[in-house]
Design a binder for this molecule. Structure first.
Ligand code: MSP
Length: 511
């Protein structure tokens, strides 16, 4: 069996509700997973929740319930919103699941037996919201250097992971496989951090009970990040089902936000090296979203729930907007005006109108039955076919680089070519002259075929729209059973099939 294409999102803390920031990574991961499935690859797409740690415990306490009850209550918000966003994850990991704990305990025991985990006394600072340890020298004006919030003094007997021993090997690995950390600016951040020297990491907590107990010292629980990172291998049965594990691991890409880079590009690979496991092919860190120019935060009251935007714009417009507007890897700003503008221009006009116009003409001139091409091709036909022949390769190349916005631009430039074809061939003029009936047949067929390819092109980013177009084209199967490159060849639309215009895919939104 070929190894599956394995893509992951971070597992989200259950102390907060999902918002457009957390949904961003998940939508991106889903699009990537669907793109690979469309190419006929076996895919394993993982997302889930991070349920341990001090700030989950504190959120539960504030709400007067046990951490487990809290997690059980919160997890539903994540599974619900992913369902609503049409997220096609193959598994949903919860770190409170017995399977996860079993794998995590085996993993840590193995490192302990190998001497990579040892007891020592920790004295330093802890940022609870970030679940991060800091040395006094790392604090900025006495606060967490990452988020600027208050830190707490922490002094306890902990177990430490010998991270320092892996610095050279990490640098060698990144040197030999620069694609391991993307984008380049993040890679530079990681290498300069490693070059400053790595200190061993405290990986257990004595004062906390909400976590996975260490197998070699039941009085302590695993540090939440050590536990959390292991989700990527516990979800695929590491140490439990070797055949399954080996058919999925290593991950092809861990998609993460830039603030958790250190954990994924330094600690995680070192943990894997210590266990003798292959490293993921890539860790890709994306930027952060701001809202109308400001950082999203509860205190500012500007946190946007995905539901709000889905209700306003629809699921596929939601997915499209975030993929198209943000350059993956960089920070970006969300604004309603901007989203409405894109919706009307790209979705209502370029895509939605084109599909309606084409199918309306088939209804009007041929009673909905898509004709066999009737005349020899002309220059305009060749131009359209060339655009169709080119676009799939372009999209694939951009997707390979995780350049989602560029992949969509390539698709929209193809839609531009289709719209030009519709204008230039002017079926409405051909329809006036019965002597041009054969030419009209050709033009109508080509337009419909161009729409069929459009469904395949938008499938990863807008799966519902792809299916909606497929239905209008009169297919009785699902668009999701088809694969590229075979289905992307020109001329596969079965002439004689009935198509219908249906409702507008993206009704215009008045500003
Ligand atoms: N539980 C850890 C991750 C463990 S992975 C082994 C965690 N969870 S989190 O709930 O805080 O979510 C982190 C992810 O949410 C980030 O990686 C990032 O992808 C996403 N984002 C949260 N706010 C964001 C924005 N404002 N913008 C974009 N993404 C942001 O960290």
């Amino acid at each position: 069996m070929d190894k599956a294409y394995y893509v992951t999102t971070p597992i989200y803390y259950v102390n907060d509700l999902p918002h457009i920031g957390t949904a961003y990574t998940t939508v991106v991961a889903d699009t990537l997973a669907r793109h690979h499935r469309l190419k006929g690859e076996r895919v394993f797409f993982l997302t889930g929740v991070d349920e341990h740690g001090q700030h989950v415990a504190r959120a539960a306490e504030r709400n007067g319930v046990s951490p487990q009850e809290w997690a059980d209550r919160m997890v539903v918000h994540f599974t619900d919103v992913w369902k609503k966003l049409n997220i096609s994850n193959d598994f949903f990991i919860r770190t409170t699941s017995p399977r996860h704990a079993e794998v995590a305990r085996k993993f840590i025991q193995n490192l302990y037996d190998k001497g990579d985990i040892y007891p020592d006394t920790y004295e330093g600072w802890y940022c609870v919201p970030d679940e991060s340890f800091w040395l006094p020298s790392q604090l900025v004006e006495g606060k967490c250097p990452q988020c600027g919030r208050e830190v707490e003094i922490l002094q306890e007997e902990n177990y430490f992971f010998r991270l320092s021993a892996y610095a050279d090997r990490l640098l060698e690995h990144i040197d030999a496989h620069p694609e391991f950390v993307e984008p380049e600016m993040r890679r530079n951040e990681v290498t300069s951090f490693i070059r400053q020297g790595l200190t061993d990491q405290s990986i257990s907590r004595k004062t906390l009970t909400w976590g996975i107990p260490l197998p070699f010292d039941e009085n302590q629980v695993m540090y939440v990040w050590f536990d959390a990172l292991l989700n990527y291998i516990s979800a695929i049965d590491y140490g439990i089902d070797d055949a399954r594990f080996e058919s999925i691991w290593p991950a092809d890409v861990h998609l993460i936000g830039k603030e958790i880079l250190r954990f994924h590009a330094i600690i995680w690979p070192a943990m894997l090296m210590a266990a003798g496991l292959p490293l993921p092919r890539q860790v890709f860190a994306h930027g952060w979203l701001t809202v109308e120019g400001e950082k999203m935060s509860k205190s500012k009251g500007n946190v946007i729930s995905p539901y709000e935007l889905i209700d306003e714009y629809g699921v596929d417009a939601y997915r499209y907007y975030f993929l198209r507007e943000f350059s993956f890897g960089y920070d970006g700003n969300f604004s309603r005006d901007n989203m409405t503008g894109r919706y009307n221009a790209d979705l209502a006009n370029a895509l939605g109108n084109m599909v309606s116009r084409v199918l309306a003409m088939v209804e009007r001139y041929r009673g909905g039955e898509v004709p066999e091409p009737g005349s020899a091709g002309e220059e305009t036909d060749a131009v359209l076919k060339q655009a169709a022949a080119k676009v799939f390769g372009e999209v694939d190349a951009y997707m390979e680089k995780l350049a989602f916005n560029e992949a969509l631009q390539a698709i929209w430039s193809y839609l531009g070519a289709v719209n030009r074809y519709v204008d230039e061939t002017a079926a409405w003029d051909l329809a006036k002259d019965p002597a041009l009936a054969a030419r009209l047949d050709t033009v109508l067929y080509n337009q419909v075929e161009a729409v069929r390819l459009t469904a395949l092109l938008v499938l990863p980013s807008m799966p519902g729209t792809a299916e909606g177009i497929w239905r209008r084209l009169g297919f009785s199967d699902s668009v999701h059973v088809h694969h590229l490159p075979a289905a992307g060849a020109w001329g596969l639309y079965p002439a004689g099939q009935k198509a219908s215009k249906g409702d507008p895919l993206f009704p215009r939104i008045e500003k």
